[in-house]
Design a binder for this molecule. Sequence first.
Ligand code: PLP
Length: 284
Amino acid sequence: RIVYVNGQYLPESEATISIFDRGFLMADGVYEVTSVLDGKLLDFAGHSVRLARSLKELDIATPCSDEELLAIHRELVTRNEVVDGMIYLQVTRGNPGDRDFAFPGADVKPTLVMFTQSKPGMADSPQAKTGIKVISIEDIRWGRRDIKTVQLLYPSMGKMMAKKAGADDAWMVEDGHVTEGTSNNAYIVKNGRIITRQLSHDILHGITRAAVLRFAAEAQMEVEERPFTIDEAKAADEAFFTSASAFVMPVVEIDEAAIGTGKPGPVATRLREIYLEESRKTAI
Ligand code: PLP
């Protein structure tokens, strides 16, 4: 693979980051994952707007313009011959040359790293046909989950708890209500209504969520943005999640209880089709 590090395209074995980089020492950084289908980027504009917001909230300098970011994305897709897959982008506060809790001055430039992950045929994932299983776990993350930071230890632990329980993912619960999945936004469907938690500091403002809710509204589907409980999810007709890399994924089991028929439901299936069709149209 050819990867990008601070202005250079290098074979991955030659790419290096300082041990003093604040991303490494303090998880002081943010990231984005953008999907590629047929060699084109899905919703690049959405991801670059959210990246700018994450950086601003943490007072990390912008590493380069949106035009340059797009050019790097495209260059990596070309050099690595990515047809379907993802591009991972990470910006950290950079390398102050030592360890210190205080942020460094403006002379320390942010570190920008990008790499591709090829996933041939990702739009036809077999999991989307069978649906996936989730468990519920307590949400013990920090209070600014709207910022897409690289602090992914608890979500990783959640994923491992799910695997250990024979499931695929975990939905996190705070004050009795589902916040989101370890790396996705959570939804249920009851009597034709799509229910998903409203935006706040409690969840990541998913780029796929925004697109799916827009497509749902255009298709005259009813959407209610409010928190829901695990009991409500278990009694729902359908459940699903959204993320840039999984698109719309049906959830057929929560804490070992089958949801609806135990198979992917019509709303999730239709939204997945609409999402893939519409986002391919605007891919760049
Ligand atoms: N929520 C969390 C915690 C995530 O990590 C992600 C994606 O990584 C999402 C939601 C979905 O966001 P997006 O649709 O922008 O990928």
